[in-house]
Design a protein around this ligand. Structure first.
Ligand SMILES: NC(=O)c1ccc[n+]([C@@H]2O[C@H](COP(=O)([O-])OP(=O)(O)OC[C@H]3O[C@@H](n4cnc5c(N)ncnc54)[C@H](O)[C@@H]3O)[C@@H](O)[C@H]2O)c1
Length: 356
């Protein structure tokens, strides 16, 4: 940490990545202001979990990032800001691009302005996405069994680096990309210590995965429920998945090293060693749950990359990150967490029913 002990503001702090980050910050003794409108179904459980673990160290502010005054108020005492609150689904952005813009662009600008107005130089670390690189349609691919891979052996070995030109696709890509650029520009134009982490697919405990976002948890939940899974495309699309514990390591390091990484954007993912296609992941889940999963196939989704694997070397070097948790181990741990969590919820429901 920076050595200072003031509160840290985490927008979207009840969400999947946000609550894991808030948990780590609170465990290190920081007070955490969880600014979250609880717009995502189920995240109130994450908030209850945080409060049960850390009590008064977790201060929930039920506000919306579109409300500039509420954001400024929440940021008044904050010594650092992690901006994670967002409209997170490409599908939703195609249904309502205006709302997507307001949450993702105006919301980010409100956060940056709140930081700029503070007298101290308040670090802002932003959760960006690989979608800022578009669909990578120009990358020549070949099929290797159940997965696409680039023909170029160099790209195959290293992944996509930050040198890749930006190319925003879909309203979500545009809104997150615009916010990503604003965050970097506030370092240039206003000397604000900001940093951008362009994440690939993150998975782990507390992920409320749905068909629209959070596919690793979504696949596991469907498999545990014995339900079929819909695949958009042929299922051979590849992502480098990263466990949320490793993701949180990167956010914590970005804050600790903010002066060294200010004004920089980093690709953050599991890298080539953790690249997996949807059908390969499903194969692994079938082994974990001990039965076949019924699959339905539908059209490709807009902007869906056939292949996206980050080159994590710059992030690992500059943020001092270790080797991430291997995807097979991490997914098995998430399965165990989901089983335990769902068992606990079922038991709680039965207790309530018995009392009523
Ligand atoms: N999970 C991933 O794989 C992934 C990958 C790339 C980028 N990201 C980015 O990381 C961030 C966190 O993602 P996540 O997976 O934890 O999502 P999440 O949906 O679990 O968390 C987002 C949280 O933000 C809150 N929120 C949404 N709109 C809000 C608003 N207007 N005001 C206040 N709170 C609001 C929601 O209630 C939710 O708790 C997002 O910015 C997302 O775009 C996530």
């Amino acid at each position: 940490m920076t050595g200072r002990k003031g509160p840290v503001l985490v927008t979207g702090g009840a969400g999947f990545i946000g609550c894991n980050l808030a948990d780590r910050l609170a465990a290190e003794g920081r007070e955490v202001i969880v600014f979250d409108a609880l717009l995502r179904q189920g995240v109130e459980r994450n908030l209850a979990w945080l409060k049960s673990r850390h009590g008064a160290r977790i201060v929930h502010v039920s506000g919306d990032t579109r409300d500039a005054r509420a954001v400024e108020e929440a940021a008044r005492e904050a010594e650092a800001i992690f901006h994670l609150a967002a409209q997170v689904a490409v599908t939703t952005s195609l249904v309502d691009p205006i709302e997507d813009f307001e949450v993702n662009v105006q919301g980010a600008l409100n956060v940056l302005e709140a930081a700029r107005r503070r007298k101290t130089r308040t670090p802002v670390i932003f959760a960006s996405t690989n979608k800022v690189y578009g669909d990578l349609g120009d990358v020549a691919l070949e099929l290797a069994g159940e997965a696409y891979r680039p023909r170029d052996p160099e790209l195959r070995a290293r992944g996509v680096s930050e040198a890749r030109p930006l190319d925003f696709h879909t309203p979500y890509g545009c809104s997150k990309g615009a916010a990503d650029q604003y965050v970097l520009d506030y370092a240039r134009s206003f000397d604000l210590p900001t940093c951008v982490l362009r994440m690939s697919c993150i998975y782990g405990p507390h992920q409320m995965g749905t068909e629209d976002q959070g596919w690793v948890a979504h696949f596991l939940i469907r498999a545990l429920d014995g339900q079929p899974i819909s695949i958009y495309g042929d299922g051979r699309q590849v992502r480098d998945i990263l466990n949320v514990a490793d993701t949180v390591d990167a956010y914590m390091a970005a804050l600790r090293r903010i002066e060294a990484v200010r004004g920089r954007a980093y690709n953050l993912g599991g890298g080539p060693a953790n690249a997996v296609s949807l059908v390969q992941l499903i194969g692994h889940i079938e082994e974990l749950v001990g039965r076949k999963i019924e699959l339905g196939f539908a059209e490709w989704r807009a902007g869906d990359q056939r292949y996206y694997v980050s080159d994590p070397s710059a992030a690992r070097r500059d943020l001092g990150l270790g080797e991430p948790i291997g995807w097979r181990t991490g997914v098995a741990e998430l399965a165990q967490w989901l089983i335990a969590e769902r068992g606990g919820r079922e038991a709680r429901r039965e207790r309530v029913e018995a009392l009523s």
